[in-house]
Design a protein around this ligand. Structure first.
Ligand code: CP3
Length: 357
């Protein structure tokens, strides 16, 4: 573990944080940072449907760059959606104002076997192309992040068809047909591996797996179903590009989540990051974890919550982020305050959290 004080570019900062190094200034970005809270995003969406933006490299690149230009975030996540691979695997996908809808969901063994493995350089060529365009704009000193859903979270949408309370349909699939459900998770993993490799080949500095719904599972079911499929993806990526694994409401799962093989765990605001570091040790970096709702508070509260997150790990192996995606009606100036506060140098007094050593 080294302490760095020389000025670093954004990509160095990001990669060093992923590797667990101690930095005096941490990288900061926000999940869903390209989105509806930005008037510039809404202006593009007035003329282009959501999936059209995802599938048009110039538009996807432009929207990805908005938070970089407007807020100065330290990483550019490529604009896309976790459901893009579901469509490439053969499912119909609608993304309207009511959220995602898959009108022909996966409900049987036959449905699972119909799911295609696709060629990301052909069927989702717009995504690596958008990454290349963003890189041409920002140059090699800014990290561009690729992403995909973790298998369980994508399976939730594929089976439910849309987000519903309780996840009864997907859980009943898991309970009635565990072998077929495992096959579904495995097939998603098999499709996701080349999809992420294509993003890395296009220049993604790191990739994030979103497991937004893993907190719905018991520890036993997480370990039996969700975890092996996630491990399959991460181990197949080979280890040279950092993998960030986002899980939400996963307090009961975290020691198992840590076995997924990711370099960085992205956690929500329910998690005490300092306590988690003590439990997991220094080899797993952490990302997070300000409650996105805090950005609706007064400036002093935004500053306080951000500074608290910033100092939680003493600057060691830490990427500052929200605990979930930025909310739609967040005032832009509050997002700006979060970024600016997160980018401040850690003061000496803010460092004692390194006492886990
Ligand atoms: O982070 C970024 O800025 C990159 C883009 C990104 C989007 N979705 C754009 C988007 C990323 C990384 C995602 C991930 C995603 N998509 C997740 C995992 C993270 C999370 O928030 O839990 C999930 C579960 C989805 C599925 C999804 N896509 C939902 C549930 C919705 C509707 C809810 C909502 O916020 O509207 C979407 C649509 C979506 N994806 C929007 C954006 C900007 C809004 C669409 C619009 O412009 O109208």
């Amino acid at each position: 573990m080294t302490t760095t004080s020389a000025p670093l570019n954004r990509k160095d900062l990001f990669l060093r944080a992923c590797r667990g190094e101690t930095l005096s200034r941490l990288p900061v970005w926000m999940m869903r940072q390209a989105g509806r809270y930005l008037p510039e995003y809404r202006a593009i969406r007035r003329n282009h449907a959501f999936l059209e933006v995802c599938k048009t490299p110039d538009l996807a690149a432009e929207v990805s760059l908005q938070p970089f230009r407007l807020l100065g975030v330290d990483a550019v996540i490529i604009f896309s959606d976790i459901l893009i691979p579901a469509e490439a695997m053969g499912l119909k996908l609608e993304l309207g104002d009511a959220g995602p809808n898959l009108p022909e969901p996966v409900r049987s063994k036959g449905d699972v076997q119909k799911l295609k493995l696709f060629d990301p350089e052909i069927d989702t060529a717009f995504l690596p192309e958008a990454i290349r365009r963003v890189l041409r704009e920002v140059g090699p000193e800014v990290p561009v992040l690729g992403f995909a859903a973790a298998p369980w979270t994508l399976a939730c949408y594929m089976v439910e068809g849309r987000t519903r309370e309780g996840f009864a349909t997907v859980k009943s699939f898991l309970l009635h047909e565990p072998a077929t459900f495992r096959e579904l998770l495995h097939r998603i993993a098999e499709a996701t591996i080349p999809y992420l490799k294509a993003q890395i080949a296009a220049g993604a500095a790191a990739v994030q797996l979103f497991d937004t719904w893993c907190g719905e599972l018991s520890l036993g079911d997480y370990q039996e179903f969700a975890l092996p499929a996630t491990q399959e993806i991460i181990s197949s990526l080979g280890g040279s590009t950092p993998v960030i694994y986002y899980t939400k409401a996963s307090h009961h799962l975290l020691p198992a989540v840590a076995r997924a093989g990711a370099n960085v765990l992205s956690v929500d605001w329910r998690v005490d990051m300092h306590a988690l570091r003590l439990k997991l040790g220094p080899h797993i970096a952490l990302q997070g974890n300000v409650d996105p709702a805090v950005l609706f508070g007064p400036p002093e509260e935004i500053r306080r919550a951000t500074q608290e997150a910033l100092s939680a790990l003493g600057g060691t192996g830490h990427i500052v982020n929200l605990g979930h995606g930025i909310l739609q009606h967040t005032p832009v100036e509050n997002a700006q305050l979060f970024i600016e506060t997160g980018q401040q140098s850690l003061s000496q007094e803010a460092k004692p959290a390194a006492n886990w050593r």
